[in-house]
Design a protein around this ligand. Structure first.
Ligand SMILES: NC(=O)c1ccc[n+]([C@@H]2O[C@H](COP(=O)([O-])OP(=O)(O)OC[C@H]3O[C@@H](n4cnc5c(N)ncnc54)[C@H](OP(=O)(O)O)[C@@H]3O)[C@@H](O)[C@H]2O)c1
Length: 388
């Protein structure tokens, strides 16, 4: 398929809260003419307003192409997919809006990145699209935001450091997450949808061992983790599943990964758990719709609130006699830094193609882009370090 006449990147969902931040980031970091990119969404008038705001900071963006696409109209999605080499989508909840676009990208032969943290959607994409995407040499990479880039790439970074320290045999890594930030309407709607679908206890926050040896240390679910001096509890997000798939796709080591939320004190941890538990319980009742109204689509934390956001993920890794503690740090987890993560992931697929691992299909950030993406993210201020 000749893709030379296509755009490098189309941003679908540019009118949303996160999509708007991605558009701003691309407009600030790209030189006009450096890449061919375009904005897409369902409402062309709203798209024009986004473009006007970008052109106010740099008139070169006044001519940015705009395209209309509706997630329920497969023809419009195929038209979009046929116009680009990489599709970047922030149209969510993905369980409601995502799969027709994935199908269009596979049919028209373009790479794809999204921001989902919804396990059911992602598993469906793997089941239904991995084979054809792999056969066509495409890279479809979900979970390119705070879910799950810091965790997935942090584990890869830790594995590489363990090997440098002469580690041999099965690997055990625990990741401990601390973060501060707000949430947007789209994230609230997606989280409520994902929680409504989840059975209690469906994910333990711990990945299955890839080839057998994992789970060698048994500990209570809530415990004081002396390695980081904090109280921790397993975090049932999509991240351990993403790490597990990366391990299987990379296929070079055996890994057991544990994923935890960490807090300074037991009361603080209990408060965090109670908050999540309440939302989880309400997600399964009609009160879900009242919760959704707290943060309508298109709204999210202010610039001032985002400036105060941060995250730190500490990874404690062991492999035979070798052990290492690493950290991944960044700014506002949900939006400021998420916009940079997905934009750099899309640019990585578009610009670094020749340097990427020869893996295709429905991939993870680590399996698709690995160290090449880590290099890019370091330029955005994200830190990957070994703790002394
Ligand atoms: N994993 C992470 O770390 C992370 C972080 C941030 C966000 N997210 C996810 O990203 C997604 C977007 O979040 P957000 O807060 O930016 O949401 P949002 O502000 O509600 O934006 C949603 C976007 O989707 C568009 N859209 C809705 N229905 C559509 C349809 N039928 N066809 C075409 N476009 C449609 C909206 O267009 P209109 O403007 O025309 O309404 C808007 O551009 C959510 O799923 C959220 O969970 C994930």
């Amino acid at each position: 398929m000749d893709t030379s006449a296509r755009h490098d990147i189309i941003l679908f969902g540019a009118t949303g809260f996160t999509g708007g931040l991605v558009a701003e980031y691309l407009a600030q970091t790209l030189e006009p003419g450096q890449l061919s990119w375009a904005l897409a969404g369902r409402d062309v008038r709203k798209l024009r307003r986004v473009r006007e705001a970008l052109a106010a900071t740099n008139p070169a963006w006044a001519e940015l192409p705009l395209y209309q696409g509706l997630s329920s109209d497969s023809e419009s999605l195929r038209d979009l997919a046929a116009r680009t080499r990489v599709m970047l989508t922030t149209v969510g909840p993905y369980a409601s809006h995502g799969e027709p676009l994935v199908a269009a990208c596979v049919a028209e032969g373009c790479d794809y990145v999204d921001l989902t943290g919804e396990p059911t959607f992602w598993k469906g994409v793997i089941d239904r699209h991995h084979g054809e995407a792999a056969a066509k040499g495409l890279r479809l990479v979900s979970c390119c935001g705070f879910d799950s880039i810091p965790h997935d790439l942090g584990v890869l970074y830790t594995v590489d450091r363990l090997r440098e320290h002469g580690g041999e045999g099965p690997i055990e890594i625990d990741g401990f997450v601390r973060a501060h930030g707000g949430f947007s309407g789209g994230t609230l709607a997606s989280a409520l949808q994902a929680m409504a679908e989840l059975r209690p206890g469906a994910s333990s926050g711990r990945s299955a061992p890839s080839h057998g040896p994992g789970g060698t240390r048994s500990r209570p679910r809530i415990h004081f983790e002396s390695a980081i001096g904090r109280w921790v509890v397993p975090m049932p997000t999509i991240d351990p599943l993403v790490v597990e798939r990366s391990t299987a796709l990379i296929g070079e080591y055996e890994l057991r990964y544990g994923h935890y939320m960490a807090a300074k004190s037991l009361p603080r941890l209990a408060a965090l758990m109670a908050g999540v538990g309440t939302v989880f319980a309400l997600a399964k009742t009609p009160a879900r719709h009242l919760l959704e109204r707290l943060r309508p689509s298109g709204s999210g934390p202010s610039e001032e609130q985002r400036a105060k956001g941060w995250f730190v993920v500490t990874f404690v890794g062991r492999q035979g006699q070798a052990s290492v503690t690493t950290e991944v740090r960044g700014g506002d987890p949900g939006y400021g830094h998420t916009a940079k993560m997905i934009a750099e992931a899309a640019r990585c697929l578009a610009e670094d193609r020749d340097r990427l691992p020869a893996r295709h299909g429905v991939l993870t950030p680590a399996a698709a882009m690995g160290e090449v993406l880590i290099e890019r993210l370091r330029q955005t201020g994200m830190e990957f370090t070994v703790r002394a």
